[in-house]
Design a protein around this ligand. Structure first.
Ligand code: HEC
Ligand code: HEC
Length: 359
């Protein structure tokens, strides 16, 4: 008799528990993901109120980012064109889609995106959530349809469980796919660039930075290069840490005014080829272009510039010096941090045991 009562009590308790978790949409719990960044160098990031970062959301976003299930023929993931070791670019002049079509643009580096206001080379997207489906649906890119993708995900062995954990429902929707991937993208943050003291030395007290810079134009030390960079390039590539918030009327080829986003120069030695159309294979080619071909364009009428952009960079320096200087823009953490790496390339991959190391 006693046994039966205990048994019944267990069943009742179990039913109550099932009802609670099944029918109460708020019964799932997520853990907040704390975005770490160098607050001395960076402002507060922008994170939309309806998509806060959670450990469950970021982990799920990472899986989706690296899963080729997102493409029409299951051959291409976001990570195929945004490779961590290449600063999240693909090393190609122009990207190639899942069916082999050549795109019109060079793959962009993905870093500090939570600090940007516009996305893509022409700045046409204004939020990370809204851009996610563009590469997926674009016929020449991943070429998938929304219906087919949601069907693949909803019948997948583990995605419904992971979406439940992150968003409280196993029913996978476009909005939640967008949210998860956007969360992951926001976590790719630089860990701060540390310029050595000989580069950062302050000008003498009685001299302004600009005077100091002009007096040092012929100075071929790294410090001279740094001041030159800060004065000439920093107008647009505002800091070493993150790129400009705005897009500028900048066309580096001819005088027809096309708007382009100013790309981040972090890990610039790893993200060749350069420019929106991948026209330059090496950094010296970019600088030669800045030196010799920009002078006649409308470009340097841009009010942010302190002086014309001609003869600004390359001529006084030897190339190895410039390359040495740009090594300061390297952020190894971005290239190697396992939290942003491809989880499927880990031999011991198991979706049940995904754990973000720092949490
Ligand atoms: C076929 C290669 C390819 C694939 C696959 C791809 N991308 Fe891209 N990505 C690009 C190219 C090329 C651009 C620049 C596009 C443009 O400006 O029109 C870009 C730009 C971006 C940007 C803008 C970065 C910035 O600074 O403005 C983000 C974010 C991005 N991709 C995320 C993704 C995500 C998420 C996926 C998967 C859903 C993805 N990409 C799939 C090639 C690719
Ligand atoms: C007026 C704004 C402006 C100034 C000043 C400027 N840039 Fe740029 N830079 C841009 C824009 C916009 C692009 C992208 C252009 C494109 O793709 O056609 C770019 C692209 C680049 C790239 C290629 C990045 C990539 O990922 O493909 C490098 C490298 C670069 N700039 C370095 C410099 C250096 C060094 C200086 C100073 C000598 C400088 N820039 C000055 C706006 C500027």
């Amino acid at each position: 008799m006693k046994k039966k009562v205990v048994g019944a009590a267990i069943v009742v308790f179990w039913l109550f528990f099932v009802a609670l978790t099944k029918f109460n949409p708020n019964s799932y719990t997520t853990r907040p993901y704390i975005l770490e960044y160098d607050s001395t160098a960076m402002e507060k990031p922008f994170i939309p109120a309806d998509n806060p970062l959670t450990i469950e959301g970021v982990e799920l976003g990472r899986l989706l980012f690296y899963d080729s299930i997102l493409s029409v023929n299951n051959t291409q993931s976001c990570g195929s064109c945004h490779k961590q070791s290449l600063g999240f670019t693909d090393g190609r002049k122009l990207s190639i889609g899942a069916r082999g079509d050549t795109l019109e643009r060079n793959a962009m580096a993905l870093v500090n995106l939570a600090w940007n206001k516009y996305y893509f080379w022409d700045g046409r997207q204004k939020s990370l959530e809204s851009l996610v489906f563009e590469p997926i649906l674009e016929p020449k890119e991943m070429g998938e349809t929304e219906d087919r993708l949601l069907k693949k995900l909803n019948t997948h062995p583990y995605y419904p469980t992971l979406f439940s954990k992150a968003f409280g429902s196993p029913k996978i929707t476009r909005t939640n796919v967008e949210k998860a991937i956007a969360q992951f993208l926001r976590t790719i943050v630089s860990s701060g660039i540390h310029l050595p003291p000989e580069v950062l030395n302050n000008p003498p007290e009685n001299m302004s930075e600009t005077d100091y810079y002009y007096k040092n134009v012929k100075d071929t030390t790294l410090r001279g290069l740094y001041f030159r960079f800060a004065n000439m390039c920093g107008a647009c590539h505002i800091s070493e840490v993150y790129n400009d918030h705005e897009i500028l009327a900048t066309n580096l080829i001819d005088s027809n005014a096309t708007l382009f986003k100013v790309p981040s120069l972090l890990n610039i030695s790893n993200t060749a080829p350069y420019m929106h159309d991948g026209r330059f294979k090496t950094l010296p080619e970019v600088f030669e272009h800045y030196d010799d071909h920009i002078a006649d364009l409308h470009l340097f009428q841009n009010s942010r510039l302190k002086q014309p952009l001609n003869n600004m960079f390359v001529k006084d320096y030897d190339k190895s010096h410039i390359e040495e200087f740009f090594k300061f823009f390297k952020d190894d953490n971005i290239l190697r941090n396992p939290e942003w790496s491809n989880p499927f390339s880990n031999k011991n991959f198991s979706w049940q045991t995904l754990v973000l190391k720092k949490h």
